[in-house]
Design a protein around this ligand. Structure first.
Ligand code: ADP
Ligand code: MG
Length: 286
């Protein structure tokens, strides 16, 4: 029987930093046709840093930054960490902040309504802002906007470093005839810039957390057995939907809980290694 080989494969992989929660996931890995990756924290390190800022009014800039810092204090998103590391906070504004998962943050301060995060329809923005927006996104940066009532008053660009092994894994998957897709809540231009660098086949951008699993379903229907790799709370439904869900070891507890396998130290080379082990297992003749 193939069981002992699978078991020794699992224990060998565990020693090398890939934890499989069952033998069937390891043996099925050889049959996959598609791999979907979350962007932030999976294809990238998930530790962005602030690269550019722009505010429409220099005199109000400090006030707005103070507000932004106070809003991000209430979030544990990687973008929040980047902002908090860059701007030292002065006053505690005691804001009540609502977190709209996959979109950003909302609050009210001194009678004004503030939104910090994505803008869906950028065509309404001034040419000044649109030009910066396009330039920054083309560089692969994530752009976050501050909207005061209905006016965009500022923007912050953040850059994340690709996971060291991402390009190699994608190259390996291509050599195996496996289709790769990036799924991100980030903007299309940003996603495409990162995808181009990493040579990913497809990009699904502006995806709301609740729709990530829908994209996995489509891949399963159109391409075949599908793996999802992710790190965040918002990846959990997609990790469950996938035939095999892989969580990044530095990811959130929920992702690790629901995944079928875990990649320690976020070392994506282990994913290719596990695939090779699975192929070997499947070619053993008994
Ligand atoms: P991803 O799928 O890349 O991990 P998310 O779904 O977590 O991204 O977030 C999608 C987008 O929502 C971000 O690119 C950003 O524009 C916005 N966003 C989410 N959380 C925050 C936050 N705390 N501050 C500012 N913007 C945010
Ligand atoms: Mg992520």
């Amino acid at each position: 029987s193939a069981v002992p080989a699978t078991l020794s494969g699992i224990s060998n992989l565990a020693k090398r930093g890939v934890l499989f929660k069952g033998g069937s996931y390891l043996s099925n890995l050889a049959t996959i046709k598609a791999v979907a990756f979350d962007k932030t924290g999976t294809l990238t390190e998930g530790k962005p840093s602030v690269t550019d800022t722009y505010f429409v009014n220099e005199e109000k800039k400090e006030q707005w930054i103070e507000l932004i810092v106070n809003m991000e204090k209430e979030s544990n998103h990687p973008l929040a960490n980047a902002i908090l590391e860059t701007f030292s906070q002065t006053t505690d504004l005691q804001l009540s902040v609502t977190n709209e998962i996959g979109k950003g943050l909302v609050t009210t301060y001194q009678g004004n309504h503030y939104q910090l995060g994505k803008v869906e329809d950028t065509s309404q923005l001034s040419t000044e802002i649109q030009e910066r927006n396009t330039r920054w996104m083309t560089e692969g940066k994530t752009v976050v906007y501050l909207i005061e009532n209905d006016t965009t008053v500022g923007m912050i660009a953040m850059m994340d470093v690709p996971n060291k092994a991402a390009e190699g894994v994608i190259h390996y998957l291509r050599s195996q005839g496996i289709e790769t897709t990036m799924i991100t809540g980030d903007a299309k231009v940003t996603g495409e810039a990162v995808a181009k660098k990493l040579q990913i086949d497809h990009v699904q951008a502006n995806v709301l957390p609740e729709n990530k699993s829908f994209i996995i379903k489509e891949l399963q229907k159109n391409t075949g057995t599908t793996v999802m790799l992710g790190d965040g709370i918002n990846d959990a439904p997609a990790l469950v939907q996938a035939d095999i869900g892989f969580a990044m070891g530095d990811g959130t507890d929920i992702a690790i809980d629901v995944a079928d396998a875990v990649i320690m130290n976020n070392d994506l080379t282990k994913f290719s290694y596990a695939h090779r082990v699975s192929k070997k297992l499947n070619t053993v003749v008994w």
